[in-house]
Ligand binder design. Structure first.
Ligand SMILES: NC(=O)c1ccc[n+]([C@@H]2O[C@H](COP(=O)([O-])OP(=O)(O)OC[C@H]3O[C@@H](n4cnc5c(N)ncnc54)[C@H](OP(=O)(O)O)[C@@H]3O)[C@@H](O)[C@H]2O)c1
Length: 282
């Protein structure tokens, strides 16, 4: 049995499907209680309701599991406590592996929510639990909620420079890599960058124009507009601050890693943006 946290989120759902297709039994942990049937239909064999703040509940949830796939909620002030609770649960359950779904460039202090995660990575390294850490780039799939609006307006907008280099990645490739890392004893005690080839907003817009057969313009959305939208969607002060810092950093540096590691893990080239776009358009 694999314990999977934040199972009802975008990443968690992708992991359930891929893990189940690989024959893994997934115990899905989520807070909400309105999506059990959906998670079971994706392939989870058990759904447990628990808050990552609740150390005892997490320890209970991990009982009998051979591994934990730890997804932390995004941009949270509780990053460290959540991490401590998961490490304690992993130790108590004596799991063979704790896989941490982390982010690219936890070394960068300017990226507040990435930097906070560095200390969870450090605690995992010092925990004595066999671990794997995946430092994952931004997903292509993040643009899906805005896909219809992009087609309607002819504008692909993000809150950073249109020429900023980004190592985006297909969430399906991330899930394929996750299941391989989880089950490969040679990946124990390893830290892996999981990202695809570099692409800019301008290049994405050119590909989208071709795929959709209509002109799509790359445009830099003011960071304040993106943060205001996030606030409207329920992102709190801490998350809003993380977003402002992130966009300012992306403006100058983008977010770039090496796609070689992902290719090596999944045994094929990562899905490129054009393939992703054609699949969504089709
Ligand atoms: N999106 C990306 O491009 C990307 C790229 C690389 C890495 N990541 C990382 O992947 C992780 C997940 O991102 P996502 O985009 O999939 O997030 P998401 O869709 O917002 O899902 C987050 C999940 O966290 C759960 N959650 C929040 N607070 C919780 C708590 N106190 N206890 C238990 N569960 C809690 C929520 O569960 P409920 O719905 O039950 O409240 C929700 O299902 C983040 O750590 C992020 O940094 C994301």
């Amino acid at each position: 049995m694999i314990l999977l946290t934040s199972a009802g989120g975008k990443t968690g759902r992708a992991m359930i499907s891929t893990f189940a297709a690989a024959g893994e039994k997934v115990r899905a942990v989520m807070r909400r209680d309105d999506a059990d049937a959906e998670l079971m239909s994706l392939g989870a064999v058990e759904v447990v309701h628990a808050d990552l703040m609740d150390a005892a509940a997490m320890a209970d949830a991990a009982k009998g599991c051979r591994a934990i796939y730890y997804i932390c909620p995004n941009m949270t002030e509780q990053e460290q406590t959540f991490g401590e609770n998961i490490i304690a649960a992993a130790k108590a359950a004596e799991v063979d592996r704790l896989v941490f779904h982390s982010v690219l460039h936890t070394q960068v202090q300017a990226l507040q929510h990435h930097w906070n995660r560095l200390f969870v990575e450090e605690a995992i390294l010092e925990s004595g639990v066999p671990y794997s850490i995946l430092q994952v780039g931004s997903y292509y799939q993040n643009m899906l909620p805005g896909w219809a609006k992009m087609k309607e307006t002819g504008i692909h907008a993000m809150a950073y420079e249109v020429e900023a280099p980004m190592s985006l990645v297909d969430l399906g490739d991330v899930a394929d890599a996750a299941v391989k890392v989880l089950n490969d004893p040679g990946c124990a005690n390893g830290i892996f960058e999981i990202c695809g080839p570099i692409i800019t907003l301008t290049e994405k817009a050119e590909i989208l124009s071709d795929v959709l057969g209509q002109p799509i313009e790359a445009r830099r959305l003011p960071a304040d507009d993106a943060v205001a939208h996030a606030a409207h969607m329920g992102v709190g002060e801490f998350g809003q601050d993380c977003m402002r810092r992130m966009f300012a950093h992306y403006d100058i540096h983008g977010l770039v890693g090496s796609a070689r590691v992902l290719e090596w893990i999944i045994g094929r080239p990562p899905v490129d943006f054009e393939t992703f776009a054609r699949k969504v358009a089709g």
